[in-house]
Design a protein around this ligand. Structure first.
Ligand code: HEM
Length: 407
């Protein structure tokens, strides 16, 4: 079945919802959005195909004819792209296709494999311990985002990459700007350039002392840059991608997860009483919260039929993984958060060639952070109504600005 009606691009979870951040889809929304591939109007005035059913999303994301390269003419965008940004995209393999993409991704796959992430679990534990000690010192009431949710993944990714955590105010604020779809193009461009300059200078310093450190950047310099396999601009772009993706997403997941779980103290208590269930709970949190809420953007490079709809070469597609994660064909009662659900089919980390490379790390951080928090702060409570909390409404990654807690 095909549909030609154009609706506005939905954003899920919704922005500024008076119903709070955990709004279930109502029947009309479910009918309108979680269904056949349909045409939507983008804020730029262009149209694209909205893909929201779990099966269609998987089919599209693993199809090699769908490009992630936003420099291609006709690529669907939420805001006009300044030409300088389009040109200065080197190394950002999330925006590359085919062999160019896999060449760079392959240089990192071993680093983020489950067995390597197991090796850094002691580091995650130490970082969680430190952050929880800071929380205790800050005293009740405290802001969980700035004392715990944000420092934890920021410190871990800094340690892995070899970026000084002391510069966190700088890179966190610039990352937030880059993820904000309402930031004017000049400001976006400026923030991107500042981060590139910062990382370029850091890489210069490391290159001058190549044998001194065992962090990922130093290793890539020794093993890939020195033999001429990887350019400096490419390394800057890869590092920028890892630094941003490595802290914003996980931080937002921690904040929202704590808000959700503490609303149901018996669910929060499961983390403490049955920590062996925490890994499964993390998957259900990823499914239910689906923080990458504006979806994944692709351009068809050939005519392809997805879910019965012909998407022609040159047409854009918006893949709303947040809606696919509430598809009743795959998940019973998808608007319910069920801590015992086997939610591993969720698509919160994407699917196919670009599926999140950092997912073993994100999963480990979330599991350790939530279990330890529940163990040491069993009586943690959020002191504001969910509707009153300041949410990242214009960000492509949903999250909370602050989370006031007491214990
Ligand atoms: C809960 C936390 C996270 C979520 C929800 C998440 C989500 C995603 C999603 C949906 C994609 C697919 C993008 C696409 O197909 O266009 C992706 C890709 C990516 N993520 Fe994550 N991510 C998380 C944590 C991380 C972490 C901790 C890192 C860093 C180590 C990371 C690094 C990346 C990279 C480098 C890509 C691009 C992969 C590629 O294009 O081949 N992510 N992530």
């Amino acid at each position: 079945m095909t549909q030609t009606m154009e609706t506005e691009l939905p954003c899920w979870p919704p922005v500024n919802s008076a119903r709070g951040p955990f709004t279930p889809l109502d029947d009309a929304e479910r009918q309108r959005y979680v269904g056949p591939v349909t045409r939507v109007l983008l804020p730029t005035g262009a149209t694209a195909w909205l893909v929201s059913r779990h099966t269609d999303v998987r089919q599209l994301l693993r199809h090699p004819a769908f490009s992630s390269d936003l420099q291609r003419p006709g690529f669907p965008l939420l805001r006009p792209l300044p030409p300088e940004v389009a040109m200065n995209n080197q190394g950002a393999f999330i925006r590359m296709d085919g062999a160019a993409h896999s060449r760079l991704r392959r240089m990192l796959t071993a680093e983020f494999m489950i067995k390597n992430v197991r090796r850094i679990e002691p580091l995650i534990h130490r970082t969680v311990d430190e952050a929880l000690a800071d929380l205790a010192t800050a005293g009740s009431p405290a802001d969980l985002v700035s004392t715990f949710a944000l420092p934890l993944p920021s410190k871990v990714i800094c340690h892995l990459l070899g970026v000084p955590y002391a510069d966190h105010d700088f890179f966190q604020s610039r990352s937030r700007l880059l993820l904000n779809r309402e930031v004017p193009p000049e400001q976006f461009q400026h923030a991107a350039q500042e981060l590139r300059d910062y990382l370029g200078a850091l890489i210069d310093t490391k290159q001058a002392h190549p044998d001194e450190a065992d962090d990922l950047l130093s290793r890539l310099i020794r093993e890939r840059v020195a033999p001429g396999e990887l350019g400096i601009d490419e390394l800057v772009g890869m590092t920028l991608l890892l630094l941003i993706a490595g802290h914003e997403t996980t931080a937002n997941m921690i904040g929202l997860s704590v808000l959700l779980l503490t609303r149901h103290p018996e669910q929060y208590a499961i983390l403490r009483e049955r920590p062996e269930l925490a890994a499964g709970m993390v998957d259900e949190l990823l499914r239910y919260l689906s923080i990458v809420r504006t979806g994944l953007f692709r351009l068809a490079t050939e005519d392809v039929e997805i879910g019965g709809q012909l998407i022609r070469a040159g047409e854009g597609a918006i893949v709303l993984i947040s809606l696919a994660n509430r598809d009743t064909e795959v998940f019973d009662d998808p608007d319910e958060f069920d801590p015992y659900r086997q939610a591993h089919q969720h698509l919160a980390f994407g699917f196919g060639m670009h599926q999140c490379i950092g997912q073993p790390l994100a999963r480990a951080e979330l599991r350790i952070a939530l279990v330890e928090l529940a163990r040491r702060f069993p009586d943690l409570r959020v002191t504001a109504d969910p509707q009153e909390l300041s949410t990242r409404d214009s960000s492509i990654v949903f999250g909370l600005d602050t989370l006031p807690v007491t214990w």
